[in-house]
Design a protein. Structure first.
Length: 367
């Protein structure tokens, strides 16, 4: 009988994993053909989960702690094995340990430019890169959906898939988000948080969680950056101050070149450009004001007249003119219109002065 045969049927009574790596996500306990002894000790350390599989089917999942394996704390495995009335004999099961600690400083980036359609700048190409951290939150789900039953599964095997998902979410968030392209650089933190939320909505189905996501840089073609800078400066610039600055610069240049022919013309051109810019700015402001704010609608004049102690009217301009011609309205007549505090003589009301002045005096007598 060989040495291997001597240990073939030894019982396992201690199950644990001391992780001395920095990149192992899943590690299979090396049971080989040995059987697990009932009442064996299972040690699950902090930042670990232990998953028992029966013939490829996920059974019980253990959180950090020290366990004595019995049918009472293995309800799913007990059901799968058919241990209806308790069981004390050794049994066979695959045991996988999962590391649930954070795996930090994972790098991501766009291998090729991402093409986006921006409402303001049209079709553009972007590149981006950054870092992220993740952890396993559901070992059973992660083994079932991602790792399978490999003996060991490392970060290198999963980060490729994660990076592809990250780039996809970055594309969607960049093209359909609330942050415009020209404000990306100033809002990387907000954009990072938005993408992290979108990623976790998908990663939950794999038993994973993105604990930190950072966009460190977003780059774009130089001509687009120049256009964005110019657009930003145009929004901030004071056109009158810019005109004054241009004028002052022209005068300085002319003074520095005093004595050179054509200096006077240069100063005139500089002043002309400055005045032209200031005039264009003022004209634009006036045009905007005239366009945005219509003048008030004129109100027709309505005047009340006191006749023999009685209020009459109101009368419009044409009626008042006829009354002046007929002599029923004189400058001494008492009148009132909207806005006046009390009755006053017609000759003291500005609007009626024009009426009196527009009516010719009576013709001189004949002879």
């Amino acid at each position: 009988m060989g040495l291997l045969d001597a240990f073939k049927h030894e019982f396992i009574d201690i199950i644990e994993w001391t992780d001395n790596t920095n990149d192992t996500l899943i590690w299979k306990f090396p049971r080989f053909q040995n059987e697990i002894k009932m009442n064996a000790k299972l040690t699950v350390r902090e930042s670990q989960q232990a998953v028992f599989l029966n013939e490829g089917v996920i059974a019980d999942v253990f959180q950090p702690g020290l366990y004595t394996l019995q049918t009472e704390n293995m309800p799913i495995l007990t059901t799968l094995k058919g241990w209806k009335y308790g069981f004390n004999s050794p049994f066979k099961a695959d045991v996988f340990f999962a590391s649930t600690r954070q795996f930090i400083d994972q790098r991501w980036g766009t291998k090729n430019p991402i093409t986006l359609n921006d409402d303001r700048f049209g079709m553009i190409e972007l590149r981006a890169f950054g870092s992220f951290a993740f952890r396993i939150i559901d070992a059973g789900k992660f083994i079932k959906e991602v790792a399978g039953t490999e003996g060991q599964y490392t970060t290198e095997e999963v980060t490729g898939q994660l990076r592809s998902m990250i780039v996809n979410k970055f594309s969607n968030a960049s093209g359909g988000g609330t942050i415009s392209i020209d404000k990306f650089a100033a809002n990387l933190e907000e954009l990072s948080a938005t993408i992290q939320d979108k990623l976790n909505a998908d990663f939950d189905s794999y038993g994973l969680k993105i604990t930190k996501f950072l966009i460190e840089n977003v780059s774009m073609p130089d001509d687009l950056k120049k256009e964005i800078f110019e657009y930003s400066r145009l929004n901030k610039v004071d056109m009158q101050k810019l005109a004054q600055l241009k004028t002052a610069q022209s005068i300085e240049v002319a003074a520095a070149n005093e004595g050179i022919a054509g200096v006077g013309a240069g100063v005139g051109v500089g002043l002309g450009v400055g005045n032209m810019m200031a005039g264009a700015f003022n004209q634009n402001q006036n045009t905007q004001q005239n366009t945005n704010t219509p003048p008030p609608i004129p109100q027709a004049l309505q005047v009340f007249l006191a006749v023999n102690g009685q209020q009459t009217g109101p009368y419009g301009i044409e009626q008042l003119s006829q009354m002046v011609q007929s002599g029923s309205l004189t400058r001494e007549s008492l009148v009132w219109k909207a806005g006046m505090g009390a009755w006053a003589q017609a000759g003291t009301v500005a609007e009626l002065v024009q009426v009196f002045n527009s009516v010719p005096p009576p013709p001189p007598p004949v002879g």
